[in-house]
Design a protein around this ligand. Sequence first.
Ligand code: AMP
Length: 362
Amino acid sequence: MKIGVLGAGQLGRMLALSAYPLGHQMRFLALSEEDPSSLLGKTFIHNNNPEMVSNFADSSDIVTYESENTDVTIVNEISKNTKVYPSDKSLYISQHRGREKALLDALKIPCAPYQIVNSLDDLKSAIKNIGIPSILKTATDGYDGKGQFLIKSEAQIDEAWEKMSGVDAILEGFINFKRELSLIAVRSIDGSLEFYPLVENSHHEGILRLTIAPAQNISVSLQNKAQEYMSSLLKEIKHVGVLTIELFESDDDLLVNEIAPRVHNSGHWTIEGAQTSQFENHIRAITESPLGQTTMTSKFSAMINIIGVHGPIQKVLKTKNAHLHLYNKAERTRRKLGHITLTSNSIDELNKTLDSLKEYLP
Ligand code: AMP
């Protein structure tokens, strides 16, 4: 099939790298010819040109997207003539924190206490209900910790509201979580589901730096609970493709923080660490093919993000059981340039290898 991706970043690139062995062709709606996927398929440069969007759609049998910040109106327009998976519903919900939380409430899935905030007065009354510390977040367009303000005292309320620059926002109670986890699953058009194991994620300055798969010391009941939340979300929105939920673990309970209707950075380890990667499973789902097994290829896996600078790449290439992925991006502060996957059957060996690559871990 001819698969079109809205966006051409590293996620589109890794989707392409998993789609080619299955015999598919790729198209990208890109911002520039320098985008990480742009040499991996026929590329249409967007430039806010509606004709380019329709040329892109006309040349695709099926369209998907790599970011929840994709313009819903473009997806609606394309879906008049071309199938788009996941649907505009998955996109519409996940690009607004308020809509996301309303869905979680409707499905009785726990999340942090929250209140929608559209003015300084709203913020003051939300603080009365939720208390301090709390986090004010823009309702849309936030990623990698951007658009957030941690309110630690009442003296910061005015400043926090000013930082939102008048956009819709949401105040969330601060959760004293033990760990941050995520769950990735895939749903096919016929409704079959596959789940990857819960993984543990470590962030620095709002950016994911390290994922450990599976998350250690997870009880069967906690994995099941996460899968139940995931199943009810997938079924409710009739999602097709990969869906990710980011979770806070606190005292053997789980709270959902965010939903991403796409392949996710915390699932990059699956390229070498699982029988079928999240990318391949997404491609299988949207092309109406059977899903692949999500079991791990070794007992443990880790994913280290390469952020800002490429670092000692030769050393990575010499490291046993390390797999390097570079995204063809120039170095820039806070930019995701690539990742390293480690696989091992021993947690001690995995930890030793992580230690030997500590230049990459803040
Ligand atoms: P987000 O953009 O919602 O994924 O938030 C970025 C990071 O901020 C998360 O990965 C957490 O480390 C932290 N964070 C977000 N929301 C909360 C919260 N309600 N309580 C505590 N920490 C949070």
